[in-house]
Design a protein around this ligand. Structure first.
Ligand SMILES: [Fe+2]
Ligand SMILES: [Fe+2]
Length: 366
């Protein structure tokens, strides 16, 4: 199986590919010598914009070859390119959680603008979404970092969900997933349900409001009757106004339980290959859930961000993960990047001999 990282936070060292805070992977050569009827190419996630489509073309990849596409969860850095996908590849099915069309996701994590700059400076619409808030400025003061991490302010909430307009009306491309599913005898979509291991500390910034009708009716948060020309910027604008006005009360939202997160799981002769793009449930919980569903107890490779965001606790969080990984899966491969912050990635690579950090345009064989 071959994985091409079409877009990621890290730039390619030499090629002028687009880079953004987002993730998209093209997975092909899934089954060697497969027949034309056997799915052999999948798009996994669509980044924050249409950058993955441009990069695929630059890399000589024809996305029309995809048998299907898959969205790992609702966040905009994975679903932001959906509109462009539908416009160009709307005949290809997109599998995603059935929760996604009825979710509004918010983040209270202050944007660290500097961390999103690529060496090529290419950003589509991402820069439109960067809000320089008071707490962003305060974060530069190290004495307040711990306090900010412990008590993120809800007044700083930003919309980070999908463009919900895309799910209205006729959506033949959308294949909602409600439960763990075998797409083929060797490819499964698995909801992580295990809670045995810690979940990423960075989840504390993430909030979900379920049921768009309830919120939009009472708070006029978003009017879906007419398509919004720019859903994301409009949602951001309205969200910040409404939260500042306390129109949406904190008790009406909750920390995201990530029911919309699904792992893509391949059963291979070497063991499981698991793709979980942000690992909001925690990579170890995700692996355990995949093993339970598939009945395969060998992990060959885990691919995805670990959502170890930069925080005062990130070194302790990563060290604890490393200890568990070495105990449970000492021989497995870990390919990580995206929402695994540089400090965490450095620690992982120092202690795990089979750990690799991916980047935009990177091609790996697993
Ligand atoms: Fe992400
Ligand atoms: Fe995410």
């Amino acid at each position: 199986m071959r994985i091409t990282f079409l877009v990621d936070n890290l730039p390619h060292p030499t090629l002028p590919l687009l880079t953004e805070h987002g993730l998209s992977m093209y997975i092909d050569q899934i089954t060697p010598n497969s027949s034309l009827l056997t799915p052999n190419s999948i798009l996994c996630d669509m980044g924050a914009s249409g950058a993955y489509i441009k990069n695929a073309k630059a890399l000589g990849i024809d996305l029309n070859a995809c048998h299907w596409a898959f969205l790992s969860h609702a966040h905009a850095d994975h679903t932001g390119g959906l509109g462009k996908w539908i416009a160009q590849y709307g005949h290809i099915p997109v599998y995603a959680s059935h929760h996604i069309p009825a979710l509004q996701c918010y983040s209270s994590r202050p944007k660290q603008v500097a961390s999103h700059k690529s060496s090529f400076g290419h950003f589509d619409k991402l820069s439109d979404r960067i809000l320089l808030t008071e707490s962003t400025k305060r974060l530069n003061d190290s004495t307040t970092k711990q306090q900010e991490f412990d008590s993120p302010e809800r007044s700083d909430l930003r919309y980070i969900g999908p463009d919900l307009n895309l799910f209205h009306g006729h959506t033949p491309w959308f294949k909602p997933i409600e439960q763990n599913t075998w797409l083929t005898p060797h490819i499964a979509l698995v909801h992580p349900t295990c809670n045995q291991y810690p979940k990423p500390l960075g989840n504390k910034y993430l909030t979900v409001v379920e049921g768009q009708c309830k919120v939009s009716a009472e708070a006029s948060l978003l009017d879906y009757a007419e398509p919004q020309p720019d859903f994301m910027s409009e949602a951001n604008k309205v969200a910040s106004q409404r939260f500042n006005d306390s129109a949406i009360q904190p008790e009406r939202s909750e920390n995201d339980p990530f029911l919309h997160e699904i792992a893509l799981c391949f059963v291979t002769p070497k063991g499981l290959v698991i793709v979980s793009c942000c690992s909001h449930h925690g990579a170890l919980n995700t692996i355990e859930s995949c093993m339970e569903f598939t009945g395969c107890n060998t992990l060959h490779a885990y691919i995805g961000g670990l959502h170890f965001v930069d925080s005062p606790q990130v070194e302790a969080e990563t060290t604890s993960f490393i200890n568990d990984w070495l105990t449970l899966y000492p021989n497995a491969y870990l390919y990580t990047g995206h929402c695994t912050c540089p400090r965490a990635a450095t620690l992982l690579k120092a202690h795990l001999s089979h750990c690799h950090t991916f980047y935009t345009g990177n091609v790996v064989e697993v």
